[in-house]
Design a protein around this ligand. Sequence first.
Ligand code: MN
Ligand code: MN
Length: 471
Amino acid sequence: MSEEKTKGQTLAEELFYKKKSAFELWSEDERKAAMSYCEGYSAFLDDAKTEREAVEAAIAMLSKAGFRAYKLGDALQAGDKVYYNNRGKSLYAMVVGTEPIECGVRISAAHIDSPRLDLKQHPLYESEGFGYFKTHYYGGIRKYQWATIPLALHGAVTKMDGETVNVRIGDLPGDPVFCLTDLLPHLAKDQNSRPLGSAFTGEGMNVLISASPYFEEDGKLTPASDKVKLAVMAYLNEKYGMTESDFMSAELCIVPAGNAVDVGFDRWLIGSYGHDDRVCAYPALTAMIENKDCPHTLMCVLADKEETGSEGVTGMQCSLIVDLIDELARNLNGNPNVIRANSMCLSADVNAGFDPNYPEVYEKRNTAIVSAGVAMSKYTGSGGKGGTNDASAEFVAKIRAMFKEHNVLWQTAELGKVDQGGGGTVAKYIAKANIDTVDLGVPVLSMHAPFEIVSKADVYSAHKAFSAFCK
Ligand code: MN
Ligand code: MN
């Protein structure tokens, strides 16, 4: 029996786009490569739970690869591999290419801050025999998700003499953890009747940190007041040399305790705190580090403050990116305005992956499918594309062609149904400097939760996409 295709069948094959998953397209070797690449990513997640820790981890990786520290005003020339450490909280790695600088810079920009609970400036108090930290949440969280899970304390305390002490408790074997308590179901009648968004209050997010008073050297209960608070302060003083007033110049964060883990019998998913946006930062950074003999000038930005609007000196709205391009221009005899006009940027941030448990909020045709590759969003925003960068058709076509040439598995994505919600990224702040920018990132399930999920296939696809950009 002949199986000759009809013209219609042939046409359908030629003309239609069909999204395919990594499992339909990849060879066994590619699947293995994805699995093995993600081991490094999981280790990075464990090292880098805050922007400060991510900067440190990135500098270690860059230094090992021969990058050196750069200060504004330093000389730059073709072949230089440098990084600019912005206040220990954001990082700009650069490889100066061999082509004329006016050809532009290829920028990948991810963020390394994640939603969490920051300690207030006067955080420590005691109540009914328990010690607590008052917190002010950072970024968009669903508050109920943070109750009754093990929490860790990460951050830095800078004393008046300028010495900074790093704090990290809750992740190493044997470390204690902290937690937010919740009501027992037996007594939650009133709380259960409140809407999910208001059942937990920001002011109620007080983290339980201790449960005993201070004991004097002779082993007897202290007669001093605030006995529980004193016990905590004595511990912090002994361990970190800090006094209560040092909280005023500290950045201490409560983050989920524990390490990244494989999820599922087949181990194709990774569960962790802070995929958003280390899952783009790591692939962008490793792509730049691994790149060899790229003629283009490359910049990889690991930004802070995205989750609170990219404001501040370490956020993407700071003029530093423009300043660094000015520095390149000055050193390499280019017109900075021409450099920016010819530059392009992949705004590397996560997207919402389609979750079959909540199909009602997604429009499946235009949502990122987990394991179907890195997701490109031509536009983001909310309420009629409000606040979007919206990359041009011409620029998207250029990136499509680049991905095709380098065999990158990718898909387009829009964050949920129209008018369901929405969100933004750093894309618009980079575009503001006259740099063509499009959003590209890994689909995530349970985004902004203490335990987010990504697929190793998508992490590896992101790495291939950023590598293509570095060629
Ligand atoms: Mn993000
Ligand atoms: Mn986010």
